[in-house]
Design a protein around this ligand. Structure first.
Ligand SMILES: Nc1ncnc2c1ncn2[C@@H]1O[C@H](COP(=O)(O)OP(=O)(O)OP(=O)(O)O)[C@@H](O)[C@H]1O
Length: 279
């Protein structure tokens, strides 16, 4: 790690419209290290799209700031993948090349399109998943230093999702691209993301390297007993049997079987109890 920060937020807050009573985001501060693939997770309405839109510079914060220090090339793929419906796939890529003179990476864009799409096909005739492919091709062709993706895989079939995720990860690793990616598909984040931001109610509840966060938690099964001094994030009892995910305070000693949670275990526990997750 270089210590370089690719995206930084300080006291970031957003209210849509002056009269809006609710804050979509409040007091969000984080520093995303360069070269990380960061998952942005949270329930519907948590503020994920708002953070990505602010980071892309398409909205102004109501308070605080979010900056991408030293990064000029930022690509943003919005949830609704806005593309020009009357252009063909080939025209869309040509437009990408013309809008990014001297830095357009045609092979990277073509790798995303692969043999899956007819370059002569009109964008308006494409399915949702096919449009996603074109939007991702445009984003990667731009050779971004920071890539902001809002639920990029949501409308892809499982195979396309698997392939495109692999391609995205390989491309990011090769170029050292920093990626911030919102997703509800927890199983896909495992192994793909090395950093995590969990949002709930417009606030950051968990922020850190995935390995550190996993090491800070433990999954316990065994008899019902006092779990202090550990912080219980989620627990269930069946008869006298307890299953709990805790944030460790030192070594866990007691009558339980102790294992490391998967990223999905960790996220589900925190999503079930977003208030308890506050770090
Ligand atoms: N254009 C808008 N005008 C007013 N309120 C908005 C607007 N966009 C979002 N909001 C509100 O801001 C809050 C955060 O929304 P946001 O879209 O950022 O959540 P999200 O985490 O991306 O949700 P999802 O998982 O459903 O995509 C919600 O309460 C939402 O109602």
């Amino acid at each position: 790690m270089t210590g370089d920060t690719a995206l930084e937020a300080e006291g970031l807050g957003l209210r849509y419209g002056r009269r809006a009573r609710r804050w979509a985001l409040r007091d969000c501060s984080f520093a995303l290290p360069a070269g990380r693939i960061c998952a942005l997770v949270g329930p519907n309405g948590a503020g994920k799209s708002s953070i990505l839109t602010l980071a892309a510079g398409l909205l102004r914060p109501t308070e605080g700031r979010v900056t991408a220090p030293g990064r000029e090339r930022i690509a943003y793929v919005a949830q609704d993948k806005p593309l020009h419906p009357r252009l063909t796939v080939a025209d869309t890529l040509r437009m990408g090349r013309e809008l990014n003179p001297g830095r357009w990476d045609e092979p990277a864009a073509r790798r995303v399109i692969a043999d899956e799409l007819d370059p002569r096909g009109l964008v308006r005739d494409l399915s949702g998943g096919q449009r996603t492919r074109v939007a991702l091709a445009l984003a990667l062709g731009k050779r971004p230093e920071l890539l902001l993706l809002d639920e990029p895989m949501a409308d892809l079939d499982p195979l396309a999702r698997h392939r495109l995720m692999g391609l995205l990860m390989a491309d990011a690793a090769e170029r050292g691209t920093t990626v911030l990616m919102s997703s509800h598909i927890l199983t896909e984040l495992e192994g793909a993301c090395d950093h995590l931001l969990l949002l709930a109610g417009g606030r950051i509840r968990l922020d850190g390297a995935v390995d550190d966060l996993l090491a800070a938690h433990a999954l316990l099964t065994g008899p019902v007993a006092d779990l202090a001094p550990h912080t219980v994030i989620d627990s269930r009892t069946t008869g006298r049997q307890l299953t709990a995910l805790v944030r460790r305070e030192g070594a866990v000693e007691g009558p339980w079987d102790v294992s490391s949670p998967s990223l999905e275990d960790l996220l589900l526990a925190h999503l079930r109890h977003p208030e308890g997750a506050a770090a």
